[in-house]
Design a protein around this ligand. Structure first.
Ligand code: PRP
Length: 182
């Protein structure tokens, strides 16, 4: 049998795969109920939210559209630079549309603050935020999360889309690494 490549690097599995999947299904159900009769655009914030977005959209029972936007503030660092950059914009126009922004994690809140301003200026019919994780202890600005998966403590987590130096995004669970250099 092949040895699990992550075994020696992972200190602790914070949220196992089955727990994530159950929560994703619950969030998708709530979204499906709240948007009955509407066709929201469900926007994945790349790259971190890629895995969560892919699972979430397949569980939403509505005639949705999907799009992606890419922003960056961490680069290869574990601490936010505090400066958010738009790396790649949406393809769709959002004016007059119901938009759901899908994030993997809200940490300082700076990325979400930047995205909220960007989207609001485009006059969507409504704008809501769905984030798998939130680290309230790290907040620098006040932001609103409409659909939240889990609140987590101030620990550096990887997996299910989240990276450490661009690696570990493909772990199916959320984990804490044994060694992280800032
Ligand atoms: C991460 C994450 C969020 C953001 C949250 O993105 O995906 O978008 O940081 O942090 P904040 O609340 O402190 O702004 P990152 O810039 O690392 O890019 P990535 O998605 O490509 O990993």
């Amino acid at each position: 049998m092949r040895e699990e490549w992550w075994r020696k690097k992972v200190e602790e599995i914070l949220i196992p795969e089955d727990q994530i999947q159950r929560r994703v299904a619950e969030l998708a159900d709530r979204i499906s109920d709240d948007y009955q009769g509407h066709s929201p655009i469900v926007v994945g914030v790349m790259r971190g939210a890629g895995v969560f977005h892919a699972d979430l959209i397949r569980r939403i029972s509505l005639k949705i559209s999907i799009d992606y936007i890419s922003v960056s503030s961490y680069g290869d660092n574990t601490l936010s630079s505090g400066e958010v950059q738009l790396v790649k914009d949406l393809k769709m126009a959002v004016e007059g549309e119901h938009v759901i922004l899908v994030e993997d994690i809200v940490d300082t809140g700076l990325t979400l603050g930047f995205l909220t301003r960007l989207f609001s200026a485009r006059n969507p019919e409504s704008l809501k935020v769905c984030s798998l994780l939130s680290k309230p202890a790290c907040r620098k600005i006040d932001v609103n999360i409409d659909y939240l998966g889990f609140e987590i403590p101030d620990r550096f987590v990887v997996g299910y889309g989240l990276d450490y130096r661009q690696k570990y995004r493909n772990l199916p669970f959320l984990a804490v690494l044994s060694e992280v250099e800032e």
